[in-house]
Design a protein around this ligand. Structure first.
Ligand code: PLP
Length: 372
């Protein structure tokens, strides 16, 4: 019999009764959306958990980035972003007619390189919008100094970052704005959803009407060009359930990652990118760099034969999207070729990770690959 497939991520569903309890409240209120009690409760809990003044829930992490751009009046401006991230990090900016340029990444933690960033800034640049990729914090101090000296705004795509702390602060406290995805596969999830974190009252006020068609209140005049970016009560309730389990889920992710670490430790053929010192990790992903793209293909094919499905996250490099002018980014391009994300979820057992690691090492040593 075929073993159960193991995918790169797996959603952690809450206890159904917990969700049903929230549903009962929603049924009683007869309010399914339009910033009801569940969204308000989720926003208050997220602000309290992170120490950020405003946590504004929206429909997904992509619209969170778009609204962040609009909140800071950055649409149609020149922006520097990271080439090593998920497509939404940049498609969201292009959707706002921004002129996106890139700065290469650091080979160690794969976040944007402040030196390269400083060279990419021109007289027209208005903002830096990098990604804390895999939940690895960008060089926030250097980026902050650069932004201040060049009078630029900073929005962090912190989509992967629920649970990440850096230098004893929540990662969402860095930058003018930080955005989070609550997609079903993320460490904190509401099925679909996103959050915009900011201490900036003016930006928060704008986001409140931007996400609500331009209304500041249900019966208000339209005060500007808005969109429907609201999170529903049903999604917010799922987010509240997920938040309740968050401590346990993060610990379980950590245990799975520790099993991979044990298996790969001392193996020069499997490089494990790590965040900078001072990071409290969330293990949103478990990424490894292999010797070459060819090795990655071998491993993917070998693991697939065992019904194990890692993913080549993140590919393609965003500087090489077919619909844009190509900007060479050597470190990012090398990473895109050699990176592989191994299955990791709070639902996985550490022994499963040990088994996957053993398979992977066997493939690299040419000992594995038989179909079973
Ligand atoms: C880095 C990054 N930014 C933005 C997004 C978009 O988030 P969402 O799927 O919630 O729209 C994702 C989604 O995975 C992501 O990985």
């Amino acid at each position: 019999m075929e073993p159960e497939p193991i995918h790169v991520t797996r959603t952690s569903l809450p206890v159904l009764e917990d969700y049903v309890d929230h549903l009962k409240d929603i049924w009683e209120s007869e309010r399914l959306t339009n910033h009801g009690g569940k969204v308000q409760e989720l926003e208050a809990s997220l602000a309290a958990a992170t120490g950020v003044k405003h946590a504004l829930c929206v429909a997904n992490g992509t619209i969170a980035l778009q609204l962040a751009v609009r909140a800071l009046h950055l649409e149609k401006t020149e922006i520097v972003a990271s080439p090593f991230s998920y497509i939404a990090s940049v498609s969201s900016l292009l959707w706002e007619d921004c002129q996106v340029t890139f700065a290469d990444i650091l080979p160690g933690d794969l976040t944007i390189d402040p030196m390269a960033l400083s060279k990419s800034i021109t007289d027209k640049t208005r903002a830096i919008i990098p990604t804390h990729v895999y939940g690895f914090p960008c060089e926030v101090d250097a980026i902050g100094e650069l932004a201040e000296s060049r009078n630029l705004r900073v929005i962090y795509d912190a989509s992967h970052c629920w649970g990440v702390r850096f230098k004893d602060k929540s990662i969402f406290q860095y930058g003018d704005i930080a955005t989070l995805s609550l997609h079903a596969t993320k460490p904190l999830q509401s099925g679909e959803g996103g959050v915009i974190f900011t201490d900036d009252d003016e930006a928060a006020d704008r986001i409140k009407w931007l996400r609500n068609f331009g209304h500041t209140a249900p019966d208000s005049e339209i005060c500007g060009l808005g969109i429907n970016g609201k999170l529903s009560e049903l999604h917010a309730a799922l987010g509240l359930c997920s938040l309740k389990m968050s401590g346990d889920l993060l610990q379980r992710r950590k245990d799975v990652a520790a099993a991979y670490d044990d298996a790969f430790s001392g193996n020069a053929g499997v490089i494990r990118p790590k965040p900078q010192e001072g990071t409290e990790r969330n293990f949103a992903y478990y990424s490894v760099l292999l010797e070459s793209g060819g090795k990655v293909e071998e491993v993917v094919a070998g693991l697939k034969r065992k019904n194990i499905f890692p993913r080549r996250y993140f590919r393609p490099g965003l500087n090489r999207l077919g619909f844009r002018e190509i900007q060479p980014m050597p470190v990012s391009e090398d990473t895109v070729e050699r990176v592989l994300c191994l299955p990791l979820s709070a639902e996985m057992k550490p022994e499963t990770a040990s088994g996957i690691a053993a398979e992977l090492l066997g493939i690299l040593e040419g000992k594995s690959g038989s179909s079973t």
